[in-house]
Every structure is written in structure tokens, then in C-alpha cells.
Design a protein around this ligand. Structure first.
Ligand SMILES: [Cu+2]
Length: 490
């Protein structure tokens, strides 16, 4: 057994069966043409999955049983350099850390509830006895605050699964995580890199930290708990075969699009798709409660975007700065602070009452849709727009302000529907320094001004650049680095 295999076996406790010779594949000319193999086509082992910005839940061994300690708790989740929210998650993050096991493993999850209300954990897609289903009041008693529940699984499935609270609002507050079951017989062709990306949305009013789990209008769209440009890119070496597993446990569906490559959809929340049924694309619709695994060979060097293609999911926070709303002086006419900001009013504890109706759903204003509210027109200038966006002044922070003059035409104020992206994307939104990290090394200066919401990169790096970025990631020596599985091999 090679050193590499011995190492992998030790590090991840993978069974010897994992290294059995692969089934011989008849490589049709079609697949050779359309699906080039990776540089390591002969490899047969499961690459651990990297969940960027989140990482894995560690385990201990009790005999042959892998024991995970999963803790539901209130977490401070920093979704952007200037925005930290009070989410409900697991073991310090929302989403919670990823659990990775192998087909054939015996697994125990000791679940502890440190939330102020009862909950339980549902294991999404598991074909296990009903007692482990985690449906409170149906398959088990809810786990009370301070309580525990032990889930035991014999892993006979393989694929991209997840865990989440089965109480809907708790799920929308962040209570979800990945559960990867690696197949006993590694998938062919071998993937050199394997990533998991959770898709979520939050509604959090300005100057507020608590997600409104009832709202239908989301202003923060996150990948693995981060909004662009705070998302950590996927780093791959040119020639790598790459798998990305998208998981959606939110309220919206997300068409996830990737630039520069054609991928194949090779798996769902139900496991592996037979190769004859894989379908090509560059966008995959990830519906709620679904997983979509895509694979591609990273032949095309560059910093390529991976993003949700819904336009409103490619923004942060400033969605209400579009068009004439930026010309409004002060609050919309007739609105007081509460109604104009969309704050809930009325009887506490009765969120479904009539008083709350207009403030829920699409309108953030007091009556009906906020776009129906009368507004006054004011003169527009870049300076005035800046003054209206208090959050963007960033005293003492490293927001890089740039001269907007060249980006805005002299007659802009005479053009119907101006502005659209002028104050939402561009030089004044640049925050390269605030989101600096090894994975961003070498990106084009100013890149962060055009990254928002559900956006990240797959950086397909030629060997020399790849080695440099990996060296910087190693040097950073971050505790429980989500990229550890890759860094240990590099
Ligand atoms: Cu989306």
C-alpha cells in the first residue's frame, strides 16, 4: 500500500474495501471526447469533501462506532464584513459543520439542545428506522432546552444528505448542515476535489441582527453562511476533476450557474445518477430540499464565477437603492420610522394578526407594497447617495472609496430608471482588503466591488499559481481549516 493510501486511511478511517481495484470501465469514445478524465484518472479513493467557510464536525471512536457531538445553539454568524447576525446553528456556525462518514460505518450522533425552545434533528433522505427520523411529536418527543437525544445509524446509503431541524422557522434561522456518505466503492471517474455549498437566504433589516424567518423578501443571500465577496473561493488546479455539491434548505429555488466550463449533473439528494443519465449544462436548478452534484474537468484557467442567477440573489442589502428610491429625501411621505423601515407593530406574540399583515411578505413599507408608497423627488448626486447610505461610510474600516465620476454619465439624472447598479456594484463597493485571505490572492484588484449575494469563484489555477495560493493557505495555519483535507495532500 502506498504512503498516500496509508495516510488517507489513517486520517479518515476509510476501510480497506475503499482501495479495492475499480470496476473496469469501457471508456466510450463519446465520453472521452466530452468528459475528459482528470490528471489522476487511475486513483480510486474518496476525496474528503471541503465545505468552504464551515468545515467538518470532528468525531471520536467508541469501538467501531464514530461518535459525533452535535450541539444546537445560538451563533453569531458573520455573513459579511459589516454584518453579523444572530442565527441558530450548530457547534458555532450556521450552517452547522459537515458530518462525513463512509458507507458501512456505524455512527452515533449525540445531539444536545442549547436553544431556548424544544427541537429535534431530522436526517434528510435517510432510510433508517422511524425512531431516528427526528420528527418531533411524531417519531420522538421533542428535545427540550438543555436536553439530549442519541441518534444511531448504520450507514448503508451513499451520497449528499443533510440534517436540519424539522421545525420550519428554526430551519430558516440557520439550523441545517451537510451529511456526506462516501460510497464503499469510490465513484468513477475519480474527482480530485470535492466541495459542498449550502444555499440559504435571510431577511435582516438594516441595523438589526435577527433574521425575520417569516419574511418572503430576502436581503442577504449566502453560500456556506457568507455573502459575496466574503465567500471563500473554490481553489482547484488546472486539470483537476471537480465535484461541487449544492444543497438548498431555504425558501427559494436557486439556478446555480458556473462560468467557463460545462458540467454534468451526476447526483441528487437521492444519491448517484447512473452515468448514462447524466446531463450537461452550465446552470443547475437546485430546488428546496434538494441536492445537486455537478462534476467537471477544470481545463479552462481563470477566476470563474459560480453564482445563483436570480438577479435579486446577486445583491446584498441595497436592493431598495434602485431607481427613484435613491432620490427620496428622508422617509417616504406619510411613513413614520416604524412603517418606513418595515418594523412589526401591534400585539406582541400575534405575528399572524391583522396589524402585522402589510409588513410581512413583499412590502417592507407600511401599506401594501412599498413601491406604491408616495415619494418625493430630490436631486441626485453621488455624494448625496453616499450620505443616504450611512452603513457604507465605514469610518475606521477599510472600505475603498473610489471616484465615481467616470462611471456615471453627465446626463444620468435625465435617464428614466437611473440608477440601477450604479451605487450597488462598482468601485465604491470595493472591499478587497476587508475580505483578504489566501484564497483570494492574485484576484484582479477591485474584484470585490462586483461580488454580492450568492456569488463565489472557482479559481482554476495553472500549476505555478496553484502552488503559490496553496502555500499561502498552508502558511495561514488556520485552526480547523475547511481546506485541511486538500492542504494535507498538497
Ligand atoms: Cu438564488
Amino acid at each position: 500500500m502506498s504512503n498516500r493510501r496509508t495516510f488517507i486511511q489513517k486520517a479518515f478511517g476509510l476501510g480497506a474495501a475503499m482501495f479495492a481495484p475499480p470496476a473496469v470501465f469501457a471508456d466510450s469514445s463519446r465520453s472521452r471526447l466530452t468528459r475528459p478524465a482528470s490528471a489522476h484518472a487511475a486513483s480510486v479513493f474518496n476525496m474528503p469533501v471541503v465545505t468552504t467557510d464551515i468545515g467538518d464536525l470532528p468525531y471520536t471512536l467508541d469501538g467501531d462506532t464514530k461518535v459525533f457531538h452535535l450541539i444546537a445553539e445560538v451563533v453569531k454568524q458573520q455573513i459579511s464584513p459589516m454584518k453579523t447576525i444572530d442565527a441558530w446553528g450548530f457547534n458555532g456556525s450556521a450552517p452547522g459543520p459537515t458530518i462525513q462518514v463512509n458507507q458501512g460505518d456505524h455512527v452515533r450522533v449525540v445531539f444536545e439542545n442549547r436553544l431556548p425552545e424544544a427541537t429535534s434533528i431530522h436526517w434528510h433522505g435517510f432510510e433508517d428506522p422511524i425512531g431516528n427520523d427526528g420528527q418531533p411529536g411524531i417519531s420522538q418527543d421533542a428535545v427540550k432546552p438543555g436536553g439530549r437525544f442519541v441518534y444511531e445509524f448504520h450507514i448503508h446509503q451513499a451520497g449528499t444528505y443533510f440534517y436540519h431541524s424539522h421545525m420550519a422557522m428554526q430551519e430558516m434561522a440557520g439550523m441545517l448542515g451537510g451529511f456526506i456518505m462516501h460510497p464503499r466503492e469510490p465513484y468513477q471517474p475519480h474527482c480530485d476535489k470535492d466541495f459542498l455549498i449550502h444555499l440559504q437566504e435571510y431577511a435582516v433589516l438594516p441595523s438589526n441582527t435577527v433574521p425575520n424567518t417569516m419574511n418572503m423578501e430576502y436581503n442577504w443571500l449566502v453560500l456556506n453562511g457568507k455573502s459575496g465577496p466574503a465567500t471563500t473561493p473554490i481553489i482547484v488546479r488546472q486539470g483537476d476533476r471537480v465535484r461541487v455539491r449544492f444543497v438548498n434548505l431555504g425558501m427559494d429555488h436557486h439556478p446555480m450557474h458556473m462560468h467557463g466550463h460545462t458540467f454534468y449533473t451526476t447526483g441528487t439528494e437521492g444519491g448517484r445518477i447512473p452515468e448514462a443519465a447524466w446531463w450537461p449544462g452550465n446552470t443547475v436548478l437546485v430546488g428546496v430540499a434538494q441536492a445537486r452534484n455537478v462534476e467537471f474537468v477544470a481545463t479552462n484557467p481563470g477566476d470563474w464565477m459560480i453564482h445563483c442567477h436570480l438577479p435579486h440573489h446577486m445583491m446584498n442589502q441595497m436592493a431598495s437603492n434602485v431607481g427613484r428610491m435613491t432620490r427620496t429625501v428622508g422617509m417616504p411621505a406619510g411613513g413614520d420610522m416604524n412603517t418606513a423601515m418595515g418594523m412589526l407593530q401591534g400585539t406582541p406574540g400575534a405575528p399572524m394578526g391583522d396589524d402585522y399583515g402589510p409588513a410581512l411578505g413583499r412590502g417592507l413599507g407600511g401599506v401594501g407594497n412599498s413601491s406604491d408608497t408616495a415619494t418625493t423627488n430630490g436631486p441626485l448626486s453621488p455624494q448625496m447617495a453616499m450620505e443616504a447610505m450611512h452603513g457604507m461610510q465605514m469610518d475606521g474600516m477599510q472600505m475603498q472609496m473610489a471616484d465615481m465620476q467616470g462611471d456615471i454619465a453627465k446626463n444620468a439624472n435625465d435617464v428614466p430608471n437611473f440608477p440601477q447598479d450604479a451605487y450597488m456594484e462598482g468601485p465604491m463597493m470595493v472591499m478587497d482588503k476587508m475580505v483578504e485571505r489566501p484564497e483570494n490572492y492574485g484576484l484582479r484588484p477591485g474584484w470585490s466591488g462586483y461580488m454580492q449575494g450568492m456569488m463565489t469563484f472557482v479559481r482554476v489555477l495553472p500549476p505555478e499559481k496553484y502552488d503559490e495560493v496553496i502555500a499561502r493557505m498552508k502558511q495561514a495555519n488556520r485552526p480547523r481549516d475547511p481546506y485541511a483535507a486538500i492542504l494535507e495532500r498538497a
